[in-house]
Design a protein around this ligand. Structure first.
Ligand code: MHF
Ligand code: KIV
Length: 290
């Protein structure tokens, strides 16, 4: 399959960080794990918009422009339909809204799997159009050659093993992985292959805890868990999940707040005030001078 996404030569999306020296770097992230030990776990959250990035940036080591935006922002049924255009637009917004965290952008399904060359074209476009520092892609042994190809050509890659949502049609659902010996062995060999290929970190998603621990001990680069284990070298969640924007969330999500409830209550008050004409009040209303 050839990449159908055309080169956009306009500079409208390009927007390098205003304070480049203050931003963390990929080598610094990679170096947080030394001889198998990560003293301070890596903090990663998803971000899709500039304002969200501003609010999260100083608290996070990494911001992930995840292809989960397909579901979270666009209401799509899976991450399969997500396009390069969506990733580029949201990625540029997140880079504009941040100056501290390393911004990692997901490679969307269909734009990288066919060959290392296809992956390079897509990854280079995403970095050019967003200012992000690295890409993430799903898959293990099958993607190892691609990870090395990109890394050798200036594009750092974050791997992603275990429950890989772009493979939902092969996996048959979003259930936890690694419950059988063969599945567990495959996840471990996938992670090792990515590590050997030069991935600077690996997301380990939706796996039983012993496998997450085994993977973390077996790779030199940091592992970032989601539905994995507190013993991973870092953690990631979808920000909207963590904030309580959704009624139904996977078991691995901890809802730290009830943002959906706060929004509902607030909008209820606004609607009442509009209907009883108490909004806008005097303070929000312009009057002519004298
Ligand atoms: N909002 C959101 N959060 C995510 O973590 C996320 C996305 N979207 N979109 C992309 C993928 C898809 N992910 C998912 C989606 C569903 C489940 C889920 O429903 N898990 C069930 C078990 C399902 C089963 O056993 O078949 C659970 O209760 O954990 C898990 C991960 C993780 N990613
Ligand atoms: C859930 C995280 C790891 C992800 O891949 C995404 O946001 O798409």
């Amino acid at each position: 399959m050839s990449t159908t996404f055309q080169l956009d030569t306009s500079t409208s999306r390009a927007n390098p960080t205003p304070q480049p020296m203050r931003r963390l770097t990929v080598p610094k992230i990679r170096a947080r794990k030394q001889d198998g030990v990560t003293a301070e776990p890596l903090v990663m959250l998803t971000a899709y918009t500039a304002r969200q990035a501003q609010l999260l940036d100083e608290h996070c080591d990494l911001l992930l422009v995840g292809d989960s935006l397909g579901q979270v922002i666009y209401g799509l049924p899976s991450t399969i339909p997500v396009t390069m255009e969506m990733m580029a637009n949201h990625g540029a917004a997140v880079v504009r809204g941040s100056y501290h965290a390393v911004v990692v952008i997901d490679m969307p399904f269909g734009y990288y799997e066919a060959s290392p060359q296809q992956a390079f074209e897509s990854a280079a476009l995403l970095l050019k159009q967003t200012g992000a520092a690295a890409v993430k892609l799903e898959g293990g042994e099958a993607m190892a050659e691609t990870v090395a190809f990109l890394n050798q050509r200036g594009i750092p890659v974050m791997g992603h093993v275990g429950l890989t949502p772009q493979a939902v049609n092969v996996l048959g659902g979003y259930g936890a992985r690694g419950r059988t010996d063969s599945e567990a062995g495959k996840i471990l060999s996938d992670a090792k292959a990515l590590d050997n290929a030069g991935a600077f970190a690996i997301v380990v998603e939706g796996v039983v805890e012993p496998i997450a621990i085994d993977v973390t001990k077996s790779v030199a680069c940091p592992t970032i868990g989601i539905g994995a284990s507190a013993l991973c070298d870092g953690q990631v969640l979808v920000t909207e999940d963590m904030l309580g924007m959704f009624e139904r969330v996977p078991r691995f999500v901890k809802r730290y707040e009830d943002i959906a409830g706060i929004i509902q209550k607030t909008v209820t008050r606004y609607a009442e005030e509009v209907r009883n004409r108490s909004f806008p009040g005097e303070e929000q209303t312009y009057q002519p001078k004298d």
